[in-house]
Design a protein around this ligand. Sequence first.
Ligand code: AMP
Ligand code: ZN
Length: 453
Amino acid sequence: MIKLYNSLSRKKETFTPINEEVRLYTCGPTVYDYAHIGNLRTYLFEDTLKRVLLYNGLKVKHVMNITDVGHLVSDADTGEDKMEKRAKERNQTAWDISEYYTKVFKEDLKKLNIIDPDIYIKATDTIEEQIDLIKKIEENGFTYTIEDGVYFDTSKLENYGEMANLKEREAGKRVDIKNKKNPTDFALWKFSSPDEKRQMKWDSPWGVGFPGWHTECVAMSEKCLGIPFDIHCGGIDHIEIHHPNEIAQSEAAYGKNPANFWIHGEFLNLKDGKMAKSKGNITTLSSLEEEGISPLAYRYLNLTAHYRTKLTFSKDAVSNAEIALLKMKEKINPEEFLEEKISEKYKKEFQEAVSDDLNIPKGLSIAFAVLKDKELSSAEKSSTLIDFDKIFGLRLDEKQNAVPEEVIKLAEERKKARLDKNFQLSDEIREKIKEMGYLVEDTDSGYKIRKIS
Ligand code: AMP
Ligand code: ZN
């Protein structure tokens, strides 16, 4: 049995797919810049969710969109289009910007061992579907037009913003109302302003312009999955604006909520607050790699926190995750893997934990219990952990990155010697490690070990 926390009911519910195949839609990146590791936490949580569904023997059809138009600087429909703004700054076309950052995004997902979605779909490839959707919403009487676009009238929908408790919350009163009828009304179609030379624009029954970001996801999910589908995911920030607006449009056009489950992942934070592009404090996966930290160490760090709790990022935390991952890999021998050697008792415990609203931290502690269990043979330990790795996604079945325990032990001793400022001892240990065929390198956040090739 799978239990998942549904943001709609604010409770854990038993998950049963509508049809045989689970239909999953995850809001994708806005491709005007590199994804930061906070964004990547959201994609990692979604990947874990998908892995849990697959581990339970379900088939999954996963769709992720690429937002390449219409996402304005503020989620509440104000400011410039992020893509156009970046294109202007770089003196490039918006299409080139989109192509480049989409490519890097997909590479990041690969490095993190995130399973590819079955379908990637671009907003600019579904303009027609979005126009059709707006037409339906208009026919049903939920729209009005003002000088800068066609808007959704949120007052016409009885239960608008229910998921976010918007009616009761001050936060729902979005500022910058201009000529909108209600503060929470949002743009379905924006007109190209006469004093702005947009690159991405299309004809529509209402005038030349571009679709609103909230409209894209509704049209794309309906096109690829049909509605209602099973699960819609995103980061926790979407509970307040983007997702209520998606639900509102679907209710207005089709008379139903597009998804049965809405699941949201908590943010990755820094000690002094949130990591955000607008704050200029972002870390990317490549910058971690430049410091000698492997993407899978970042993945491991994510497994240590439940997806609905905040995770505070620090260089120390990710370095410790790297060491923990190395230690785990050292204890596993992929050559010993045999299906029949998987411990049934531990597998059952593990499956229950991860299926209980993705309790991966508990899953990790079960993995450690397996490794410590003196009753289990080495082949049983390796086989069970490699099976668990269908959820962890740490590539535990690949041997080449494993570092012998003895080397890790020496590296830890060397770290202590350096902290004690005993540099002579630290150098001696480094030499010893070198003789064993490994190089230990110091980084800002600790150390890195690599095999001398
Ligand atoms: P964007 O590319 O800005 O549309 O964001 C992509 C995804 O990252 C969205 O689902 C956001 O909710 C999510 N997100 C943004 N910042 C963070 C963060 N600091 N931690 C976790 N997820 C985030
Ligand atoms: Zn979306």
